[in-house]
Design a protein around this ligand. Sequence first.
Ligand SMILES: Cc1cc2nc3c(=O)[nH]c(=O)nc-3n(C[C@H](O)[C@H](O)[C@H](O)COP(=O)(O)O)c2cc1C
Length: 412
Amino acid sequence: MPDRGPTLILGVTGSIAAYKALDLIRRLVGEGVSVHVVATSKARPFFPAMAAEVLSGHRVETNLFSRKPYTQEEKLHVPHLSLLSRADAVLVAPASADFIARLALGLADDLLSTMLLSAKVPVVIAPAMEEAMYLHPASAGHRHTLNERGVLEIPPESGSLASGMTGLGRMASVDQILSVILPILRARRPPTGVLSGVRVLISSGPTFEPIDSVRFLGNRSSGLMGEALARAAMARGAQVTVVSGPTALPPLPGTTHYGVTTTREMEDRLRELFPAHQLLIMAAAVSDYRPRDPLPVKRKKDGKDWTLQLAENRDILLGLAEMRQPGQFLIGFAAESVLDPAALIKKCRSKKVDLLVANDISNSETGFASTQNEVTLVSPEGSINAFSRADKRVVAEQILDAVCKEGWPPAP
Ligand SMILES: Cc1cc2nc3c(=O)[nH]c(=O)nc-3n(C[C@H](O)[C@H](O)[C@H](O)COP(=O)(O)O)c2cc1C
């Protein structure tokens, strides 16, 4: 069976950081990448191959002289060539000093090095080793050679190393590696889908309005709904930009991410980005009010009550709707305590959106800070579609299905 998403050969070499490859596999598979692990024989003691096989769904290969065909259709089995023929890129993470040297010298003494000598696809390495090994002139020279040959290095970080020392050489974080490899894979195998090439702008998370230098007015939005929408839009081929208030979630690899804090910062960023996007999804739970006079320092307790005066923030969505150009599609979210159909249709029209996603915040099992949501989709023409409670990833698909029906996006 051919792989559906982009295909990556993940080379794993003999570094203590090999255990991190499991997390890398899990995250790559979650992004729709088919991962085929090729481990050096020296990586095996550091690396639970069975876990890698379960996570990737594919056999971990090590043996250059394997007689087991990779697929039933294969007539002549040449492991390094048959695996390579499926690959969109090769990532070696962790890449040991020894392996980097062999790659630079063009050695072909095991499956991974032989494969790389034949590779015509992008090759990326994420070195992991002690600082002295990394900075040794021999290693530096090998990396220089590889760089000149077009091999991309994701440099290691500084931090505590396996030896107990602190220094440069810790493998780049999984997030950092994903932020490099996913765009490479997607550029080689763009996702096909109804949102192919469409630029989608998503606001996500809460906004925080300062009360003094340490306190703020905020809400419990987790950003999970915005993240689910970003993933679903990317899986349908969209180029996704996320403007997010403060959340515990890291930027989603593959998206262009802007972090903001206040409602006004979010408004400024969205107004700047909106003209270059065709689909706007306002999933952020912005603060409607801000303290009128935030204090520049922390207010000390003084035995007295403290009365805050709140100023109303501008309605971001309404402002964006007024900037709308033909062909742009706007989706607004409305957190409601009561879902009254007539009031929802009225709200959808007054907000000038093409689709209103209403959710009932009186239910503590859905909405803010929950992994689930229960939404009602409302159109300005008056159609109302109530969905039952589901995981936010499913809800994201329901919302995009509603956008993609009836001929949107328009043909380029
Ligand atoms: C406990 C232990 C940890 C090691 N960690 C690293 C490491 O992080 N980076 C590295 O380049 N080599 C490390 N090595 C040395 C490599 O395993 C060794 O150079 C080996 O030949 C690499 O083989 P490979 O490149 O074929 O995987 C370590 C060795 C041991 C015994």
